[in-house]
Write a protein that binds this ligand. Structure first.
Ligand SMILES: C[S@@+](CC[C@H](N)C(=O)[O-])C[C@H]1O[C@@H](n2cnc3c(N)ncnc32)[C@H](O)[C@@H]1O
Length: 246
C-alpha cells in the first residue's frame, strides 16, 4: 500500500509544493536561457523563476553584487567573510573568486541554498570568463556540500544545503549577497523577520546588497535597523539596494 502511494506521488506532482516536487524528482534540471548581454541564466525547475535579470545576467551580477557589495567592502577590509543567500548558478561566487585573486584580498565565501545544480549541469553553462588555470567554474559545482575548501590562495568556499528560514550559522559576516527570487514569488524571504536575520548575521559595520528595490523591502530593511541606500541599477532597472549596519 505504501509503495503504491509513493508511485502515485511520483506520477502526480502537480499538487505538491515546489520543495517536495524537487525532493521526489531529484533529476529535475533548470532550463537555460540567454539574457540580453549574451550571458546565460537558469529557470528554476519548480519555482519557474529566472536566476538573473533577463536584461543581462552577467551585467547585473557585476554591478549589484561585485561593484556595490564586494568592491565597497574591500575598500576597508582585505579579508572578507561573505554570505550568499541563494548560490544558484554560482555566477556571484565565480565573479567574487576572480575579484579576490585579481585584487589580492581573501574571501571566506559561505553559500546557502536549498537546491544546488549538479556539476554535470554546470558544464552546460558558459559564462566565457574563466580563462585562468586557477579559476574553474566547474570546481565551484564539484565541491561537496558541507565541506569547506580552499579553492585558491584567496578564496575559500563552503556550500550549505539549508532553507534560509532554518539556517543558523554561528559566524558573523562582513557582506551578504541577498539573492533570493523575487518578493512576489517568495515573500517570506523578504519579510521584516528575514531582514532582521540578515542584520543579526552581519558584523557591526556589515553590508547587504540585493537587486531588489521594492518599497516594501526597503521599509523592511529599515525596520530591521539598516541604513538603506538606493543605487543606480543595471540596464532597465532604475535602482538596486545597499543596506548598511551601523
Ligand atoms: C536568484 S537565484 C540565485 C542566483 C545566484 N546568486 C547566482 O549567482 O546564480 C535564487 C536561489 O535561491 C535558492 N532558494 C530559493 N528558496 C530558498 C530558501 N528558502 N532557502 C535557501 N535558498 C533558496 C534557489 O534554489 C536559487 O538557487
Amino acid at each position: 500500500m505504501r509503495s503504491i502511494l509513493w508511485v502515485h506521488l511520483f506520477l502526480d506532482c502537480s499538487s505538491l509544493s515546489p520543495e517536495l516536487t524537487l525532493i521526489l524528482n531529484p533529476s529535475l534540471e533548470p532550463a537555460l536561457l540567454t539574457t540580453a548581454d549574451g550571458s546565460p541564466t537558469l529557470v528554476h525547475p519548480t519555482l519557474h523563476q529566472t536566476y538573473h535579470s533577463l536584461h543581462g545576467a552577467l551585467t547585473e551580477s557585476k554591478i549589484v553584487f561585485i561593484k556595490y557589495g564586494l568592491e565597497f567592502v574591500a575598500q576597508s577590509k582585505s579579508h572578507i567573510h561573505l554570505l550568499e543567500m541563494g548560490f544558484g548558478s554560482g555566477l556571484n561566487a565565480l565573479l567574487s573568486w576572480m575579484y579576490a585573486n585579481e585584487n589580492g584580498i581573501t574571501i571566506d565565501y559561505t553559500a546557502v541554498d536549498t537546491y544546488y545544480i549538479t556539476a554535470k549541469f554546470a558544464d552546460k553553462i558558459d559564462y566565457q570568463i574563466t580563462n585562468t588555470d586557477i579559476i574553474q567554474f566547474n570546481e565551484l559545482h564539484k565541491l561537496e556540500i558541507g565541506v569547506k575548501k580552499m579553492m585558491s590562495n584567496h578564496f575559500n568556499l563552503l556550500k550549505i544545503e539549508d532553507d534560509w528560514n532554518e539556517f543558523a550559522p554561528k559566524e558573523k559576516f562582513d557582506l551578504i549577497y541577498f539573492d533570493a527570487f523575487s518578493p512576489e514569488s517568495q515573500p517570506e524571504l523578504w519579510s521584516i523577520d528575514s531582514m532582521a536575520k540578515c542584520y543579526t548575521l552581519l558584523k557591526s559595520d556589515g553590508v547587504l546588497v540585493t537587486y531588489c528595490a521594492k518599497g516594501q523591502v526597503k521599509r523592511n530593511l529599515k525596520a530591521a535597523g539598516f541604513i538603506v541606500d538606493a543605487l543606480p541599477g543595471p540596464p532597465r532597472k532604475r535602482e538596486v539596494t545597499r543596506a548598511r549596519k551601523i
